[in-house]
Design a protein around this ligand. Sequence first.
Ligand code: C5P
Length: 256
Amino acid sequence: MMHCSRFNSSVPSAVAGQEIQNDSSTAKFSDVVEKLFQVIPDADLHMDTGHERHGSCAVVGNSGNLKGSYYGALIDSSDVVIRMNKAPTSGYEEDVGTRTTYHVMYPESAIDLDKATRFLLIPFKTLDLQWLPGAMTTGSNITLSYLPLRQKIKANKDLVLVLNPVFMKYVHETWLDYQGKYPSTGFMALILSLHICDKVNVYGFGKDKAGNWHHYWETLVDKNLQTGIHDGNYEYNVTMRLSEIHKLQLFKGFSL
Ligand code: C5P
C-alpha cells in the first residue's frame, strides 16, 4: 500500500498532477519524482506482505488529552511508535513516551529528527516533493509556501519515506466519504498503520470541550481553531467505530 519506490508510473495523472493544497509549482511531476529519488532510497517498502510489516504500532496524535495520561511507558512498549508534525517528547515523556520509529510530517510542519527516526513525508502538493531533496542535503531553495518553510532539516536521508499521493485519495474516498477538505495527518497515519501493523494502538486523538484540536505541549491561542479544514468529528467517529470492532484500540486520555 505504501511505496517509497518511484510512484510516478503507478499514480494516475489525475492524482499526481492535482494538488490538494494550492501549488505554485510549474514543474513536471515525473521530473520532480526523479530528482527526489536521487536523494532518498528508491526501493519497495511496506508492501502488505513484505518483511517490513510491523507487529504492534502506537499511533500518537497530538491531542491535549495526553496531558496527565501517563501513557508514556505503554506507548514505548509498542514495537513501532508513530508521531507526527511538531510533536515533542522532551519534557513530556511520562505522558507520551520517548521512542519514535516514524515521524510523519510535511514541509510546513517539519522538525529536526534524530538519526534513527524514519521521516515519513505526506505530500500535499508537488512543491513538497521539490522541497525535500534540498532540505535533506545542502538546503532547499524553496523557502515559502502558504507558510515559511525550513530551508534545511536534520533527518537521516537514508530513512526517508514518501507516502504515495494515491493513499490520501484512497483515505478520503474510502474511509471518510469525502468529508472534510482532505484527511488530517493523524487520520492518514492511523489508516496507514492498519495496513502495515498487526496491532494498532491509538493515543492522542480528540478535541477539547470547546471543539478545538488543541496540543499537549501548548496553550491554545486560536480559540476558534475547531478542527481546521478537516472533519474532526467524522474522523473521530470512524476511529471509535474501528475501536468498537477491535480493528484498533483507542486510548482516550483525559478530556479537557
Ligand atoms: O495538530 P496536528 O495536525 O499536528 O496533530 C496531529 C494529528 O493529531 C491531527 O492531524 C489529528 O488527526 C490529531 N489530533 C486530534 N486531536 C487533537 C489534536 C490533534 O485528534 N486535539
